[in-house]
Design a protein around this ligand. Structure first.
Ligand code: SAM
Length: 290
């Protein structure tokens, strides 16, 4: 098992099926055993684990996952890869390949049917063109999640774990950190893939919080406020929020709230912690209600 990770074996399979990479699907197959080991080690899979793999490709990682986990559901959009997966995964009876777009799959239902609604683990070498919708979709759908261990573009990994006041800090950092604790477990150069991507990559492990680190009255409103605050980075927080249609408060009311929080008048969104956004969101919520 696991021999697809060797470049020669990957080439053999691609030739056998006359497979042509489709750029639009972000197809860069992993061919480095050390990186695979790091992904497996950081995702801490046991014989009890249910894994959702997004984009199995030719099944390189899937084979390893099947060896270690109780069950693997692998969702692959490219129908040309289905016969390949039927071949490369034929030795495993704990895998289900779903030919669909991950953004359209009802993951909650899958977790219910295949894992009794217990928390699942997601492991994937993600297609980079939809990294953010996939991650946010997983979190916002409130599917029971234990961890999400994914290969992403290096810059995206840095944004996910960025702290306030840094250039990488933004709406994605806050959203990810509300739901999980991120840790970069490997930096991965382009030569670990076939074909080589134009960008550097990183494996990031998101350990999901059982309970968010801050409590907020209206999660959706908080994320709208966060998005509005980072929409135009150079704007002050007051101007960013005041121009946002979802927040029907006057400039003065927003200004007043910022002062109550002890923040400088010209503060920008990038200076606020998740806790401060939660306080701000609760105050705006109260004002909108009454
Ligand atoms: N896991 C394989 C590996 O590591 O070698 C392949 C990873 S490749 C970066 C991304 C995979 O995701 C491809 O197989 C691609 O066809 C698939 N994919 C792209 N968009 C998808 C989507 N919307 N839903 C499911 N799979 C998708």
């Amino acid at each position: 098992m696991g021999d697809l990770i060797h470049p020669q074996k990957t080439i053999e399979i691609l030739k056998k099926y006359n497979f042509h990479f489709q750029k639009k699907f972000g197809q860069n197959f992993l061919i480095d055993a050390h990186v695979m080991d790091k992904i497996l080690a950081s995702s801490a899979i046991t014989k009890d684990t249910f894994i959702l793999e997004i984009g199995p490709g030719i099944g390189t990682m899937t084979q390893f996952l099947c060896e270690h986990a109780r069950f693997v559901a692998a969702v692959e959009i490219d129908q040309n890869l289905i016969p390949v997966l039927n071949d490369t995964l034929s030795a495993y009876h704990n895998v289900m390949v779903i030919n669909d777009d991950i953004l359209k799959v009802d993951i909650g239902r899958l977790a219910k049917e295949k894992n009794d609604s217990k928390p699942i683990k997601v492991v994937a070498n993600l297609p980079y063109y939809i990294t953010t919708p996939i991650i946010m979709g997983l979190f916002e759908s409130h599917v029971p999640l234990e961890s999400v261990t994914v290969m992403v573009q290096k810059e995206v990994a840095q944004r996910m774990k960025a702290k306030p006041g840094t250039k990488d800090y933004g709406a994605l950092s806050l959203a990810v950190q509300y739901y999980a604790q991120p840790e970069i477990v490997a930096n991965v150069p382009p030569n670990c893939f076939m074909p080589r991507p134009k960008v550097g990559s990183a494996v990031i492990c998101l350990k999901c919080h059982q309970k968010p680190p801050v409590s907020v009255k209206d999660e959706k409103l908080m994320f709208e406020i966060i998005r509005a605050s980072f929409n135009q980075r150079r704007k002050t927080l007051v101007n960013g929020l005041h121009h946002f249609p979802g927040i029907p408060l006057s400039k003065e009311q927003i200004q007043e709230q910022i002062e109550v929080m002890g923040l400088p008048e010209a503060v920008r969104g990038e200076a606020l912690t998740l806790g401060q956004f939660a306080v701000l969101a609760d105050a705006i919520y109260d004002r909108m209600k009454y």
